[in-house]
Design a protein around this ligand. Structure first.
Ligand code: GLA
Length: 359
């Protein structure tokens, strides 16, 4: 019997450079896919059996009968449920999850896992999905099955990332464009060791507030509005949506600064974005604020929390020549200030979106 084909899906994480909490308000974002990735080695088989090297677990389910069970397997089951709702019926696989992407550090490990599965099934069962469609399926898995009502940013970045580039995405129109990242900068991701789970954070509450404000103003997307339109809103809605509008504007300016290689200006916008997110959106925490302020004191062009906030990771943008000593200095300072936290940092390189190698 011929040996069955074996597939390897490499699915990146994502780091958002700027444009936080805008993707559920049809706003602008500037994420990139990372070289830190999830790897899924698999071959078609029935039913579905997945093992996770990090968790040292192996689990199975029947793809014809998927129900959430509250474990990491829901990210895999959710992909089947979402594909089935869209009219696809892929078979099972046996696979092993490994990789370099830290879980729960604000680097989109869930979107990365979902896209490794969707891309694998797309390839192994010839589903013919485009990258945009794969992103949409993965988001459906997260929204409708896992039960986290995230926006489209993470899945889009993981599906459509480009080597050496960030992606400028208008989440309202779904138009996107690659923006080159200068080669002489390094991006440091600093995980504060403060765990946060989206489902237990104020994420849903923020989302509801912003959606209610958009409805009250009869707007489909935050990009249609200006600050003056917000005058009639109750104070909390005005503050939150006011932040979103300002963030959209910062994304536009940050793209221009990046394209022009004006890194001081770019970094300044990152810092403004962090402070506004901490202040008007109340999405930071003392550890993240400390990392951001200390990163700038240690010579970063700019820094900000990345991802949802309330813990997880911050990014710092630094000149290549000082990147190593910068990361050490930041670590030492953080350890002195928060000795109880298990922090870690990584350099990330802007990378291509999910890909499947057919061996
Ligand atoms: C999480 C969500 C994203 C986005 C960010 C905040 O990462 O998954 O869709 O809303 O938070 O910008």
């Amino acid at each position: 019997m011929a040996k069955r084909p074996t597939y390897t899906a490499i699915s990146p994480g994502r780091v958002n450079l700027i444009g936080e909490h805008t993707d559920y308000a049809g706003g602008l974002v500037l994420p990139m896919a990372t070289d830190l990735h999830t790897r899924l080695d698999a071959e078609p088989a029935e039913p579905v059996t997945v093992s996770s090297a990090a968790l040292d677990e192996r689990r199975s389910f029947d793809p014809a009968d998927v129900e959430p069970d509250g474990t990491w397997l829901d990210y895999v089951k959710g992909c089947y449920a979402a594909l089935q709702r869209e009219g696809y019926d892929p078979g099972g696989f046996v696979g092993e999850l490994t990789g370099t992407l830290p879980v729960g550090a604000g680097l989109s490990s869930s979107a990365s896992l979902e896209l490794s599965v969707v891309a694998l099934l797309n390839e192994a069962y010839g589903l013919g999905l485009s990258r945009e469609q794969m992103a949409r399926v993965a988001r459906r898995a997260e929204n409708e099955f896992v039960g986290v009502s995230c926006g489209i940013m993470d899945q889009f970045a993981v599906a459509l990332g480009r080597d050496g580039h960030a992606l400028s995405i208008d989440t309202g129109t779904r138009e996107y464009e690659p923006v080159p990242i200068p080669e002489d900068v390094r991006i440091v991701v600093f995980d504060t060791g403060v765990e946060r789970r989206l489902a237990e954070s104020p994420y849903e509450q923020r989302r509801e507030t912003v959606e209610t404000a958009l409805d009250a103003l009869d707007a489909d997307s935050s990009t249609e509005l200006s600050q003056a339109d917000l005058d009639e809103l109750p104070p909390v809605q005005r503050r939150r949506l006011g932040y979103v509008l300002a963030e959209n504007d910062r994304v536009r300016r940050a793209e221009r600064a990046l394209a022009a290689g004006e890194l001081d200006r770019f970094g300044g916008l990152l810092l403004d974005a962090h402070r506004d997110l901490a202040d008007r959106y109340e999405a930071s925490c003392p550890e993240l604020d400390y990392v951001v302020e200390t990163a700038v004191e240690h010579g970063a062009y700019g820094a900000r929390l990345t991802g949802a906030g309330w813990g997880g990771a911050a990014i710092a943008v630094v000149d290549e020549s000082r990147a190593e000593s910068f990361a050490h200095g930041l670590h030492d300072a953080y350890r002195d200030r928060f000795p109880e936290r298990d922090a870690s940092s990584h350099f990330v390189t802007p990378s291509a979106g999910v890909r499947v190698l057919d061996r």
